[in-house]
Structures are given as structure tokens and as C-alpha cells.
Design a protein around this ligand. Structure first.
Ligand code: ATP
Ligand code: MG
Length: 510
């Protein structure tokens, strides 16, 4: 007898439906699996056989053929265990085929018959709902994740026996639901940080406010222990709160990467990722044999913090160029290309020289050659995508021990929100949202300068020996400074402020 079950696979962060067809026929006992399965799927035969036996059912001594359709897509992972097992039991007549109608089934099986969680449940259930599927059976641990999708009934189970008795209508149960609005509203209070905890460093704080205002990328340069990491970790506190859509988008990526914890199913904090500088290019951008979102996708809608920028492998940084421009990353694989979203704010940090204490005659013995070698490790094209560079001085004892705290994150956030609102209105008809995303043509259109401003910029170029690449960045950042003030025009004051974030160009020959 033939039974057909709906299951799902993943392509990037989107699900696609897979039909699991199971046929039992007379003949020599065999268990064949066809339809381009990978090795984890092939191994599912052994898990299914043992799980069925250990759940107290008899495994049929028949010729079993399982086909995963469409046949041209490679099937990966263990999520087909449960659909295959239920297909076999249905073909044996344990429950009617009609009870599987319009039902998505996902889950890995343990040898003892319990159902284990699988990655990517949220995008798979989401896609199934869009395709008109009305019910889904998922592992118990993935229940909350699946219930984020509205309009599809979620039935979570912990064991194969429970799932079978539900399909036999022995077990009456209501679908699992969560109150999404209140779930989203319960922000985690623990670990809340605030800008006011960072003492001094007013210049850097202001640069980060501008960065948040127009989604500019920033490079922080300073000796060890001056608060670079501290500041970077606090940027999320001055960015707008996540919308529900953004939150679901991030959760999808984490679901595919297998990083969702059941107690924290919907991600409602902007991601902050700080990969170590030894990270490989594919771990940074995603990919690998079994495709997995990389750090830049895990930082989607949040912050990617690259500490010790010059220590990163050069080719790891080079391949970030396209994602920084497009907001997504495309990975080529044998059977096609995958696209993961990767729209993040890049905050990079570095020391001014290899030892970190440039300018301190007693501590720094770095030679000129060593210093320039250190700076040359950062690729020019990457620097091209960084609009603001700010130097953090060493803190004096007086500043550190002073009790005065600066502005709170909430106060800064007010100005950031206002600036972003202005940009959203201004760029309504454009294919982009924020100042940092403007190209040369748009800069000309949206950043007109008066005579006074032009003179100032001209003299800055002459005296500071600025590179051509600095020109557009100054204008983009100046636009954000004007927006933070709610000013229609870019004035000389705004330009003067952002020029100081380019002085490093000349100093370090970046
Ligand atoms: N501006 C500051 N205000 C208050 N505390 C600070 C400040 N700067 C540094 N600290 C203290 O020093 C510690 C180290 O700071 P942080 O890790 O941010 O330094 P860093 O600049 O990232 O250094 P490194 O270059 O070594 O990575 C902080 O945890 C904090 O206790
Ligand atoms: Mg640090």
C-alpha cells in the first residue's frame, strides 16, 4: 500500500515542500530510499527501523520503497525520519491515510522512539502555511518556534507513540498556540547595558550616534582598555526596537543555523556578533558543505563587531564587500546558489599599532615599518565601506574615577529615531532607506552644499590631504549629522564635525 506524506527541506532560509512517498509491497524484505538523499537521510533507515521496533510496533517484513520528491533537489538532514516512520506505519494500516491529509510532518527519531528537534522549523512551517497546508506535526522542542506562524495548527509530540495515537484519533488534543504579541513584548531585562556607563570618550560616543542615525559603518582605533568593546556592545541600545517582522526574519536565520533555544524562541534583541579574528571565510559569510548561515547573516538587522580588524584573514574580509553593499550574501554550491540575508552595521576596532600603545614612548617600541605593515593588512575596498573612523584616547585616572555619567542610551536613541524617521520620509521613492546607502548620484541630489560649505570642504581637502574616497563619505555622514539636528540643509558646522572622523586617513595613511 502506498502512503504520501508532506515534509519540508530548506533552501537558504526558506523552506520548500517535499513529498515522502512510502510503498510496502510483497517480495524479498528490503528498505530502499531514493530521491537524492544525503548520508544523514540514508542513515534514517536504521533509525526508523529501530525506533518503530522500540516503540512497540512490528516492523513490516516487506519490500519498502521510500521516494523523496522532487527528485532533483538534494535532501539533507535527519528531519525526514518521522515522516518516513509515519509513512510506513500508515502503509501498514495503523491509521487511515486521510488523517495525514494537508499535514506537514517534521522530526528526527531517536532509537528509543522519541522525537528529537530539528533545525529550520520556523521557515519550513512558514512556507507550508503559505502553500495552504493547514496542520503540522513537529517535535515537542520546536513547538514554540512553529507556533510563531499564524494560520496553521501546530501539534507537537515527544515520541512516535504519541504521534501515532493522535493520528489514530485516540488522543484528542487542541493545537499548540502562543500569544505572539505578549511573547514579543516580554523583553529580556537581564544584561541591559547603557551608554552612560562608558566614561569620557565623548568623541567616540558621538561617532556611534551618527553611525546609528544613518546606519554608517565605523572603525574605532585606540589603545587596549579604552572602551572599544564596551561601546560596540552598547550600540543596540540606541538603535530602534525591532519590529515583529524584523524579529521573525532574524529568528528564521537562527532557526536554520540551529541556534534557537526553546526558552528564547523569538529573538527580540538586535543581534550582536563578535567573531574571533581566527574565523574562516566560510564561517564568516556562510556556506560549507552543509550550508549554514555565517556570522554576517547571524548579525542580520544587528551589529557585526570585528575586534582586532588587522588580524582577520584578508580573504575573509574581502568577501564581505558584496554583502556590505547588497545586504545579503550569495553562496554558490554544487546544486545551485543560496542567498542569506546579511544587512548589518559593521563596527570594527583596532589598536593604533601592533603593541597597541602608539604615542606612549615608554611602552611602544614599534618601528615605522611594523606600524605601516599592521595598517596595510586592512584592505582598501573594505575601508571604502567604512564612513566614520574615530580615535579613542587613553583615559586619565581622573576621568575614570569621576562619578559623572554621560547621556543615557534612551536620550541618544531619541535623536537617532528622529533622524531615521526623516530619512525614511526623504527616501520614500528610493530603493534604499538610510544615508549610508546613497550612491554618488543620490549624494549629489540629497546633499547640496552652499558656497561656504564648499569652501570649507575644499580647504579640508587641500590641507588634510584627504583621498577622493573620503569625499562622498564626508557628505553622507554630514547628511546624517544634519538629520540628527532636524536640519534641512547641510551646514559648515555639520561638515566640520565629520571631517574630524577622517583625520585618521592622513595620520595612518589608511
Ligand atoms: N570609557 C570607559 N569607561 C568606563 N570603563 C572603561 C572605559 N574604558 C574601559 N573601561 C574598563 O576597561 C574594561 C575593558 O574595556 P574594553 O574591553 O572596552 O577595552 P578595549 O578598548 O576593547 O580594549 P582591547 O583593545 O584590549 O580590546 C571595561 O570592561 C571597563 O571595565
Ligand atoms: Mg576589545
Amino acid at each position: 500500500m502506498l502512503s504520501k506524506i508532506i515534509s519540508s527541506g530548506l533552501l537558504g532560509i526558506d523552506g520548500y515542500l517535499i513529498d515522502v512517498e512510502v510503498d510496502l509491497s510483497n517480495g524479498l524484505p528490503a528498505f530502499d530510499l531514493v530521491g537524492l538523499p544525503d548520508s544523514a537521510v540514508k542513515e534514517s533507515r536504521e533509525r526508523v527501523r529501530t525506533a518503530i521496533k522500540n516503540s512497540g510496533f512490528t516492523f513490516p517484513i516487506k519490500r519498502i520503497t521510500v521516494n523523496l520528491a522532487p527528485a532533483h533537489m538534494k535532501k539533507e538532514g535527519p528531519a525526514f525520519d518521522l515522516p518516513i516512520a509515519l509513512g510506513i506505519l500508515c502503509s501498514m494500516g495503523l491509521f487511515p491515510i486521510s488523517s495525514l491529509k494537508n499535514t506537514l510532518i517534521l522530526g528526527e527519531l531517536s532509537l528509543d522512539g522519541s522525537i528529537r528537534s530539528v533545525n529550520g522549523v520556523l521557515p519550513m512551517v512558514y512556507h507550508a502555511k503559505q502553500r495552504g497546508i493547514s496542520h503540522c506535526i513537529v517535535p515537542f522542542e520546536n513547538a514554540q518556534e512553529a507556533a510563531i506562524v499564524k494560520g496553521i495548527e501546530v501539534y507537537p509530540f515527544a515520541t512516535l507513540i504519541e504521534a501515532v495515537s493522535f493520528l489514530q484519533h485516540k488522543k484528542e488534543m487542541a493545537p499548540f498556540t502562543i500569544d505572539l504579541a505578549s511573547f514579543f513584548a516580554q523583553k529580556t531585562e537581564e544584561g541591559l547595558m547603557d551608554f552612560s556607563e562608558v566614561k569620557g570618550q565623548e568623541n567616540a560616543k558621538r561617532a556611534l550616534e551618527i553611525a546609528a542615525g544613518g546606519y554608517h559603518n565605523v572603525l574605532l582605533i585606540g589603545p587596549p582598555g579604552t572602551g572599544k568593546t564596551m561601546l560596540a556592545k552598547r550600540i543596540a541600545t540606541i538603535l530602534p526596537d525591532l519590529t515583529l517582522e524584523e524579529s521573525i526574519e532574524i529568528t528564521k536565520i537562527y532557526s536554520v543555523a540551529g541556534l534557537l533555544q526553546s526558552k528564547n524562541t523569538l529573538i527580540h534583541k538586535r543581534p550582536f556578533r563578535s567573531p574571533h579574528h581566527t574565523i574562516s571565510p566560510s564561517a564568516l559569510t556562510g556556506g560549507g558543505r552543509i550550508p549554514r548561515p555565517g556570522e554576517i547573516s547571524l548579525a542580520h538587522n544587528g551589529i557585526l563587531f570585528l575586534d582586532e580588524l588587522p588580524e582577520f584573514q584578508r580573504n575573509a574580509l574581502e568577501i564581505m564587500r558584496q554583502p556590505l553593499e547588497d545586504g545579503n550574501v550569495t553562496i554558490s554550491r554544487v546544486n545551485g546558489t543560496l542567498t542569506y540575508p546579511a544587512h548589518f552595521m559593521l563596527i570594527a576596532a583596532m589598536n593604533p599599532c601592533p603593541c597597541g600603545y602608539l604615542g606612549d614612548k615608554e611602552r611602544c617600541h614599534c618601528s615605522f615599518h611594523e606600524i605601516s605593515k599592521y595598517h596595510n593588512k586592512i584592505s582598501g575596498p573594505l575601508l571604502d565601506r567604512i564612513d566614520l573612523m574615530v580615535e579613542l584616547p587613553s583615559l586619565s585616572y581622573a576621568t575614570l574615577e569621576s562619578a559623572s555619567y554621560g547621556e543615557s542610551s534612551a536620550q541618544i536613541k531619541q535623536r537617532v529615531l528622529q533622524a531615521q524617521q526623516i530619512q525614511l520620509e526623504r527616501y520614500q521613492k528610493e530603493p534604499f532607506y538610510f544615508n549610508s546607502q546613497m550612491g554618488a548620484v543620490e549624494i549629489e541630489q540629497y546633499c547640496p552644499l552652499g558656497a561656504k560649505e564648499k569652501t570649507l570642504l575644499q580647504s579640508a581637502f587641500d590641507h588634510m590631504n584627504l583621498s577622493a574616497r573620503a569625499y562622498h563619505k564626508i557628505l553622507k555622514a554630514a547628511r546624517t549629522v544634519a538629520d540628527l539636528e532636524g536640519s534641512q540643509n547641510i551646514s559648515a558646522k555639520h561638515i566640520a564635525e565629520v571631517i574630524q572622523y577622517r583625520s585618521l586617513d592622513r595620520k595612518y595613511k589608511l
